[in-house]
Write a protein of this length. Structure first.
Length: 214
């Protein structure tokens, strides 16, 4: 008797499971299809990113190797294309190469390329801050106070490892303009930073003792 009841219960469970799958066949198939597509999309996109990275790398290396004084224009065009690829590694390197080799004379164009790196390229936080600092360095000689501060404020108003560099640049900027009180204020800020660059802290102290002690 107990065995018969057990068999009946087992058959009932099996029937319920069977009915569940029949009734929800479309939903289950849809769910499986969605999961499969998600997996394909994830691994496919990862493969796409990897393939794109390799192509950008090859393009950058070939451009740098082929560079000489006779193909500056072609080199510049290729490097700008790499910057517009918004690659976290090779887009910054492409802009640095342009600047280091004086391939562009238009500051507005260079600043627009900096903005692509800063605003669109998916770089790590401190790499982004380094790019911001390099943009400020590039503009420092021709910039006014407001423009330079506007560039550097994202670093100055943060706890970035580049903060002491930004403060030092502003301090030297004001010292060069003979605005010694402002210069002194920025040098003093470096001395109060817990994570200030050791060399810059020493240079700031020397500058305060030697040139701004009044």
């Amino acid at each position: 008797m107990d065995e018969d009841i057990s068999i009946i219960n087992s058959n009932t469970r099996n029937e319920k499971i069977k009915n569940f799958f029949i009734q929800n066949k479309k939903n289950l198939i849809s769910a499986v299809v969605i999961i499969v597509l998600m997996l394909i999309g994830y691994f496919g996109y990862d493969e796409y990113k990897s393939s794109k990275k390799i192509k950008v790398s090859e393009s950058y290396n070939a451009t740098i190797i082929d560079f000489d004084e006779n193909n500056k224009s072609q080199t510049t065009d290729k490097l700008i294309k790499i910057i517009n690829q918004e690659d976290a590694t090779y887009s910054p390197l492409a802009l640095y190469f342009i600047i280091d080799n004086n391939l562009l004379n238009d500051a507005n164009v260079i600043n627009s390329l900096f903005d692509i790196l800063i605003n669109k390229t998916p770089v790590e936080k401190e790499i982004k801050n380094l790019i911001i600092y390099k943009k400020a360095l590039f503009n420092a000689d021709e910039s006014d106070e407001n423009n330079l501060l506007n560039i550097l404020n994202p670093i100055i108003n943060s706890d970035s490892v580049w903060k002491s560099h930004a403060l030092y640049l502003m301090a030297e900027f004001f010292y060069d303009k003979n605005e010694k009180q402002k210069s002194k204020e920025f040098f003093n800020q470096i001395l109060t930073l817990e994570n200030a660059n050791v060399d810059l802290r020493q240079e700031a102290q020397k500058r305060l003792n030697r040139d701004l002690s009044e």
